[in-house]
Design a protein around this ligand. Structure first.
Ligand SMILES: C[S@@+](CC[C@H](N)C(=O)[O-])C[C@H]1O[C@@H](n2cnc3c(N)ncnc32)[C@H](O)[C@@H]1O
Length: 377
């Protein structure tokens, strides 16, 4: 595929008026105008909520459910709030330091409590697998990593890179199963790296087994001398704006015959999506790639298998996070958020309810997660 056709694939969107193949500037401008209206309504509701609008959760969920179902099914172009959502950006990840401040370096006592923090399963900020009968959040995360181990075909002795490793949950769990696997974890979040540095001193943790190397750094900049047998990245590429460059980088550090496992939030719509609310308050520059986009970028890596994971799995995961967030009120209310806790709480509740509901719309068949197994092209 040429780079022009890749560009066209990424920029493809359904105009609000006219046929999908309509590339007329009038249709495009009309679509962008309608997007402006959706953006305005979304922000008005979000900011009214932040500022104290009393609206019961079921009513908020009903508003999200009805509007998102219609948008996903009929007008997905209206879910691309900025033109950059439709294109690849200049850097692999834009505004990474802002993202850390706004999101990942928030008080860890709050994040760890929300995500769950157990003996082997450390906080894991990505979809759990519920469809195989998991009884709770911890089991759902274990079952998701078991599924990854199988799909990536992890073998004892593999040297593995985890791009955007969070709190080291996946390395810790995989190393608990394979005594000779080695892991390198990359993460830009200083706070999350502190969590892992602490665990690396703990003989009970597999991160403390001498088989784990931590690199605190930005995906845009990190370099490695030795290539890896396997590379994985779970829940991180929503922060990557340039898949072409990212895949080139991954290919350059993947052994011949090696495998890359990419797990992302994805949408089964022709265009990528995002939201003005999450861009401003939650994930600056975040976007959710169309399920067809990663396989269309096949210059350095090619997709040999892909799986669509039904959104209900993420709906249940986020419902558990929201419950934990609410239940921990007394424990987390006095931490330092840089803003009044009540305002912070409302910003996060709107985000959690929004995303939790969005994954349940259309029976989880449009907004879910995608997994892509890739090898050298
Ligand atoms: C949603 S979390 C997923 C973490 C982990 N993979 C998991 O499944 O729990 C995304 C992770 O990517 C990291 N991250 C985001 N942008 C990054 C960047 N530019 N460089 C390095 N790490 C980044 C965040 O700090 C966070 O740990």
């Amino acid at each position: 595929m040429t780079s022009t056709s890749v560009d066209q694939g990424i920029q493809r969107h359904i105009p609000i008026i006219g046929d999908i193949n309509t590339k007329s500037s009038l249709a495009y401008r009309a679509t962008r105008g309608a997007v402006g209206v959706v953006n305005g309504l979304q922000m008005a509701l979000g900011e009214a909520y932040i500022n104290g609008l009393e609206i019961p959760d079921p009513a908020l969920k009903a508003i999200f459910h009805t509007s998102l179902s219609a948008l996903f099914k009929n007008f997905p172009a209206l879910l691309a709030p900025y033109e950059w959502v439709l294109h690849e950006t200049e850097n692999v990840a834009e505004g990474a330091n802002d993202l850390m401040k706004v999101h990942y370096d928030r008080p860890q006592a709050m994040l760890n409590r929300m995500l769950g923090n157990w003996d082997v399963i450390y906080p894991k900020y990505s979809m759990g697998l519920w469809e195989k009968g998991a009884a709770d959040l911890e089991q759902s995360q274990m079952q998701m990593i078991d599924d990854l181990i199988e799909k990536l075909d992890i073998q004892d002795g593999d040297n593995i890179l985890d791009f955007g490793c969070g709190w080291g949950c996946i390395p810790n769990y995989v190393m608990s199963k394979f005594p000779n696997v080695r892991f390198t974890g990359v993460n830009l979040s200083h706070e999350q790296c502190d969590y892992m540095r602490h665990k690396m001193q703990d003989p009970k943790s597999y991160l403390g087994s001498g088989r784990f190397t931590l690199v605190e750094g930005d995906i845009n900049e990190v370099e490695f001398e030795e290539p890896f047998d396997k590379i994985l990245s779970v829940g991180v590429f929503c922060h990557v704006g340039n898949l072409t460059h990212a895949f080139r980088k991954v290919a350059s550090i993947l052994k011949p015959g090696g495998k890359f496992f990419l797990h992302i939030i994805t949408v089964r719509t022709p265009n990528n999506v995002s939201s003005v609310y999450t861009h401003k308050y939650i994930f600056p520059h975040g976007r959710y790639w169309s399920f067809d986009t990663p396989p269309s970028i096949n210059k350095d890596l090619k997709t040999i298998k892909r799986w669509y994971m039904n959104g209900i799995n993420y709906h249940k995961t986020m419902a558990a996070w929201l419950q934990n967030f609410d239940d921990s009120y007394e424990e987390i209310k006095d931490l330092d958020y840089g803003i009044d806790f009540e305002k912070f709480r409302r910003i996060w509740r709107f985000y959690l309810i929004w995303l939790c509901t969005s994954f349940a719309t259309c029976d989880g068949e449009i907004n879910g997660n995608g997994q892509f197994l890739m090898v050298h092209a």
